[in-house]
Design a protein around this ligand. Structure first.
Ligand code: PSU
Ligand code: MN
Length: 302
């Protein structure tokens, strides 16, 4: 753990964890990936919290990547989900980027209660035959951490993703919306479990869940800012291009998501990239606000 993160946690000051896959070339093309990280970190600090980027470095889980290791992490190509952490540590992996599930594992272990990302993984289209369901969903149900995301990209089966979250007992809280957002667009057409307008209410939800012994966290769904929303028709075409590419390459498993993400960026002529940066920054700001509210919500009150 970075000294700054240890100090903040021991003083009870707000900390927000970040995943690193989104900031690597598996998530965003260079140099936008670097810009995205800088904007998210700045948004977290501006809103009164300490950022903690997660990764695997030299065979260890890291919470709070130091500045001199950032370039090394962002150029890593090993995608580490939660189930890859034991392997990464056991084999002393040089460097790897963490997905949502691995980041939640590390954040929870470090005692961090809020995590920000772009979009979570979910139930893939065609999962009836492929069985491809991201471990992100299980991780959301396993760790007492609030995840802020702009929903999930609609190359996933969003209706099934929400059903799975219900099965797993994960509340889906709309941040000032009653609709589940679909990453580049504000409304997937599907409802959230409830709509919340302020950070203290979200903070009380986590405190209440923990006090009751309800395992797992919350998903806070924050729609992309209105000015940055993309045209749904254009995105649908780009998603089709991405899914076609996956089919032609006969990909399965963890290789699917990075290839679809790259194909979407190409098919939108790069338009998807600034939108991705804007929503990631917005999520980071909301996460920091929630972390500040948690710091002011005593556990003893529940
Ligand atoms: N969705 C995005 N951008 C991303 C990812 C998902 O819009 O960068 C990354 C996240 O790290 C997420 C992971 O946790 O992909 C999910 O991968 P999989 O579908 O293999 O579980
Ligand atoms: Mn998968």
């Amino acid at each position: 753990m970075a000294d700054e993160v240890v100090d903040a946690l021991s003083d009870g000051r707000p900390v927000v964890a970040l995943e690193s896959t989104i900031f690597s070339s598996l998530g965003l093309p260079a140099p936008a990936n670097h810009e995205c990280l800088h904007r998210c970190v700045a948004a977290i600090r501006r809103n009164g919290s300490v950022p903690a980027l997660t990764a695997v470095i030299d065979g260890r889980g890291v919470v709070g990547v130091e500045d001199d290791s950032i370039d090394r992490v962002l150029s890593a190509t090993a995608k580490i989900a939660a189930r890859d952490l034991p392997i990464a540590l056991g084999t002393r992996l040089d460097v790897g980027v963490t997905t949502v599930s691995a980041s939640l594992t590390l954040a929870a272990r470090a005692g961090i209660e809020v995590f920000t990302t772009g979009g979570i993984g979910g139930v893939h289209r065609g999962s009836e035959s492929s069985g491809d369901i991201s471990h992100d969903l299980v991780a959301l149900a396993r760790h007492p951490v609030i995840t802020v995301s702009a929903g999930a990209k609609s190359f996933l089966d969003l209706a099934r993703t929400l059903e799975m979250l219900e099965s797993l007992g994960v509340p889906v809280v709309g941040w000032r919306t009653d609709r589940f957002p679909a990453f580049y667009v504000r409304d997937s057409g599907l409802p959230v479990t409830c709509c919340v307008d302020d950070a203290p209410t979200v903070a009380r939800m986590l405190r209440g869940a923990v006090a009751l012994g309800h395992r797992g966290g919350l998903l806070v769904a924050n729609p992309i800012p209105e000015d940055d929303e993309l045209d749904p028709a254009m995105i649908d075409r780009a998603l089709e291009a991405g899914l076609d590419e996956v089919e032609q390459l006969r990909l399965s498993g963890p290789a699917v998501t990075p290839v679809v993400l790259g194909a979407i960026a190409a098919a939108t002529d790069g338009l998807s990239v600034p939108a991705n940066l804007a929503l990631a920054e917005s999520n980071a700001a909301v996460a920091a606000e929630i972390a500040v509210a948690l710091a002011g919500t005593p556990r003893e009150d529940f």
